[in-house]
Design a protein around this ligand. Structure first.
Ligand code: 1CP
Length: 345
């Protein structure tokens, strides 16, 4: 099937495109001067996320600047732990810090129930943004994966250094699974409200997939992602909304992601493109994979990398151009324009 160019939702339906649709993970963010100009008015990042009019403006910034083919709700994955009263604050230069992290079995037993209406500000952002976007620009809703949300909640900050997490999984394995079940239900209710409010597709960010090796990835992460997928595909309201999964540098083979309920896999930079095409062809869309660091190279190197990637996917029905991980604050926005020109020329 052949449709017009750059149609994100058509690509998710595996319809071939002359020019692949493109969006960028973290497209509204600190690399954009217009974002920083708004951000400086909010000492606390989450306060900004709780102001729908401002979030709507932030979503539109990269769409207007680069004519990207999909928009993503401006929010954060840590809204769910915040709604569970874990007290998420973003400290300047330190990233997120939790006032009440999960550090004992009883912290999990005593968790408050998740009330999806605590995140009404996200659904208000979704509604406002949907109204403001032209109908040709689909809106992506998102959540962190249950595992990634648990990793932040137990570590109490970025799990990069992993000071508490691994020991907790061993000492409180059963309770960790209870927590992952709570988070799975929360992610489902959260995405459902985003879809009701106007999200055309949703993405699950398993940003800390890389912390789990071998069987542990299946046990603590993929199992819960699969539960979430089947909840979404069974519910009459959410069942037709396409679902994208991003997993950062997972240790398992790509065929573990060949899941019937999944519409698209967002490839990390380390994934092998040929292996991905062989595994998913005709079954799932593929997104991503360009290393964000290439945006720090010369224009010639950048243009060459984009051409190589789009040539590789030329005959793949259902390719969505994106980076292999989020764009970083050190990127010059001019480079993004050059990257997209190379893709579209
Ligand atoms: O200081 C600032 O201005 C805040 C920077 C920032 C921004 C712009 C944070 C803090 N979050 C966001 C917005 C955001 N986060 C969006 C919407 C914007 C867009 O994409 O256009 C989205 C989709 C996210 C998702 C998110 N938040 C992820 C998954 C994506 C990924 O990069 O893997 C993760 C891991 C987070 C946690 C988070 N939020 C913010 C930071 C600095 C972090 C990472 C902390 C860490 O190092 O672990």
């Amino acid at each position: 099937m052949f449709t017009n160019n750059r149609d994100f939702l058509a690509a998710l339906r595996l319809e071939s495109q002359n020019i692949p649709p493109a969006w960028i993970m973290r497209q509204a963010g600190r690399y954009l001067p217009e974002y920083l100009a708004v951000r400086k008015h909010f000492p606390n990042f989450l306060d900004m996320c709780k102001t729908p009019e401002v979030c709507c403006e932030l979503v539109l910034q990269p769409i207007e600047r680069f004519d990207l083919d999909a928009a993503i709700i401006f929010s954060d994955i840590l809204t769910i732990p915040d709604a569970l009263d874990l007290g998420v604050i973003f400290k300047e230069g330190q990233g997120p810090v939790f006032k009440n992290p999960i550090r004992s079995k009883s912290d999990i037993k005593n968790l408050k129930e998740f009330h999806p209406e605590k995140l009404n500000y996200v659904y208000d952002t979704t509604k406002l943004t949907k109204q403001a976007l032209p109908s040709s620009k689909p809106l992506i809703g998102f959540t962190g994966s249950p595992w990634t949300l648990a990793a932040y909640s137990i570590e109490g900050k970025s799990p990069l250094k992993n000071e508490f997490l691994s020991a907790f999984l061993v000492n409180a394995e059963a309770e960790t699974h209870d927590f992952l079940n709570i988070l799975t239900s929360a992610c489902f209710l959260y995405l459902k409200e985003q879809i009701i409010s106007g999200a055309d597709a949703v993405q699950i960010f398993d940003s800390w997939a890389n912390l789990l090796k071998g069987e542990a990835y299946d046990q603590f992460s993929l199992n819960y992602i699969k539960k979430l997928l089947s909840m979404l595909k069974k519910d009459p309201i959410t069942k037709n909304t396409p679902i994208i999964l991003f997993a950062r540098d997972p240790s398992c083979d790509l065929n573990n992601f060949l899941i019937p309920e999944l519409d698209c896999l967002s490839l990390f930079t380390s994934a092998d493109i040929n292996e991905a095409m062989n595994t998913f062809n005709g079954k799932m869309a593929i997104q991503g994979n360009l290393n964000p660091k290439i945006l720090l190279e010369s224009d010639a190197i950048l243009v060459d990398a984009v051409k190589q990637l789009s040539d590789s996917f030329q005959n793949y029905p259902g390719y969505i151009f994106n980076l292999g991980h989020g764009i970083t604050p050190d990127i010059n926005p001019e480079k993004v324009a050059i990257m997209l020109d190379a893709l579209r020329s």
